[in-house]
Design a protein around this ligand. Structure first.
Ligand code: ADP
Ligand code: PHD
Length: 421
């Protein structure tokens, strides 16, 4: 059995759905197709959720935009009397019922039940389209089988329970093709949860792990994992082979092409992961797998924008030692902020976190109770794996860095953004 994952970019319009259908059609044997919300639907649903939660009348207009976007795609793909319209209407009505009811006080809970409609709608359209094209498939509502705790917006999988439920649900004696949602899941009591933004890659990896897939293919709008984001660096080259370790490091440092949680489930079962172009399925793409021999990789360049560089100094001039550090880490954990770089001296601790967190001001207030806090907002963190001096010169030039760090394989630079200078 294989797992294919199609992201929002690959199913952003009717052509994308037809393209998915042609890729799936060429596939022989048992297959699970994991799909994300179409195009930028998740972002739109985030604005809908905010409007709903804050009782903003804009919600009606956003709901209309959501419907029109999907109906435009469906109108291009299906005849007018197709049952897909009824299926979509049911989903739109469920969402409108949520919007017309009073919200609970828990934003994250409301977020997950609203945001999940992106994937429910896309998979409904895709499953119906494949069936219409004669590619018989079974639609699975993954929320019933991929079980998590109640950590809404970044839920943790109950692997044991999910394995048992998924093995029953994905019964290849009943169908050789299943279509299901990435990114969303459910609690034991059937509340909807999500796995963290861009988490559909992770769903594909989890299903592959739980069901012992032969391999996983993530279909992207790029020809594979490249040595830089091709949108930022026109000479970017595809890397044809890469170890799990390299891939997890790249995604950790912010290469957006693979979600960071994707690698562990496939590495644990030694399942190869292919990253391929949905526009050119004939290209080889990248394979990520266990690689014993030493691979010489080109310099790989990752740019993480919108970072905040903070420097903390204890108010009483005491050392930044274990106790202080553990307090800082506890505050970071409390606000669910991920450290992207850190550096300390006798009485200061500097670190980068994503600067667009909604809890950022609260986080600062708590740190200020004990530390003097200085920070630079909107800086960028540049990571160069397998660096050499030439590439550092090419990428960084003589731009002064706010912080610089080098290990044997990785060089990192925190730079001011030109726009914010
Ligand atoms: N090293 C890299 N190699 C390839 N693509 C990259 C890299 N770093 C960032 N990207 C970006 O990742 C995008 C694909 O990921 P993403 O947008 O999450 O796809 P999807 O939403 O379809 O899953 C590409 O369009 C590309 O701009
Ligand atoms: N739709 C979700 C999940 C996801 O993984 O999307 P994509 O595969 O398009 O990155 C999001 O945008 O966060």
């Amino acid at each position: 059995m294989k797992v294919f994952k199609f992201g929002g970019a690959s199913v952003k319009d009717a052509t994308g759905v037809k393209n998915l259908s042609s890729i799936v059609h060429q596939q022989q044997g048992q297959l699970i197709v994991v799909v994300s919300a179409m195009g930028k639907t998740t972002n739109l649903l985030e604005t809908l959720c905010n409007a709903y939660f804050h009782q903003d009348p804009q919600a009606t207009a956003i709901m209309k935009e959501l419907k029109n976007f999907h109906l435009d795609i469906v109108n291009t793909l299906f005849p007018l009397n197709d049952s897909v319209y009824k299926h979509l209407e049911e989903l739109f009505t469920s969402l409108e019922n949520i919007l017309s009811s009073e919200s609970s006080l828990c934003y994250d809970y409301e977020y997950d039940r609203i945001i999940s409609f992106g994937e429910l709608i896309s998979t409904t359209i895709i499953s119906d389209y494949l069936n219409m094209e004669g590619i018989e498939n079974q639609f699975i509502d993954i929320r019933k089988f991929l079980k998590t705790d109640q950590n809404y917006r970044n839920a943790n999988i109950d692997l044991e329970l999910s394995e048992q439920l998924c093995k029953d649900a994905f019964d290849f004696n009943t169908s050789s093709l299943f279509v299901t949602q990435g990114f969303i899941a459910g609690t034991r009591t059937n509340q909807t949860t999500t796995l963290g933004r861009e988490g559909s890659d992770y769903t594909a990896a989890l299903l592959a792990n739980l069901l012992n897939a032969e391999d996983v293919t993530i279909w992207k709008d790029v020809p594979g994992v490249m040595n830089a984001d091709p949108k930022e660096y026109e000479n970017a080259q595809v890397i044809s082979r890469m170890s799990y370790k390299e891939a997890i490091e790249l995604s950790h440092f912010g290469a957006k092409v693979i979600h960071p949680k994707t690698i562990k489930p496939i590495q644990n079962k030694q399942i190869p992961l292919y990253v391929k172009s949905f526009l050119h399925p004939e290209y080889k793409g990248t394979v990520i797998q266990e690689i014993d021999e030493h691979l010489t990789l080109p310099p790989i360049y990752i740019n993480k924008e919108n970072q905040c560089l903070l420097t903390l100094t204890p108010r009483d001039f005491s050392f930044i030692a274990e106790e202080k550090l553990s307090h800082i880490f506890a505050v970071l954990a409390k606000y669910k902020l991920k450290l992207n770089l850190m550096q300390n001296s006798a009485i200061s601790f500097s670190f980068c976190v994503d600067g667009n967190s909604a809890v950022f001001n609260e986080f600062l207030d708590q740190l200020r109770e004990e530390f003097e806090v200085r920070y630079n907002q909107n800086v960028k963190l540049i990571t160069i794996r397998h660096y050499n001096e030439d590439i550092i010169r090419e990428i960084i030039g003589d731009t002064p860095s706010l912080v610089e760090q080098r290990s044997r394989t990785t060089a990192q630079f925190v730079l001011r953004n030109h726009a914010s200078q």
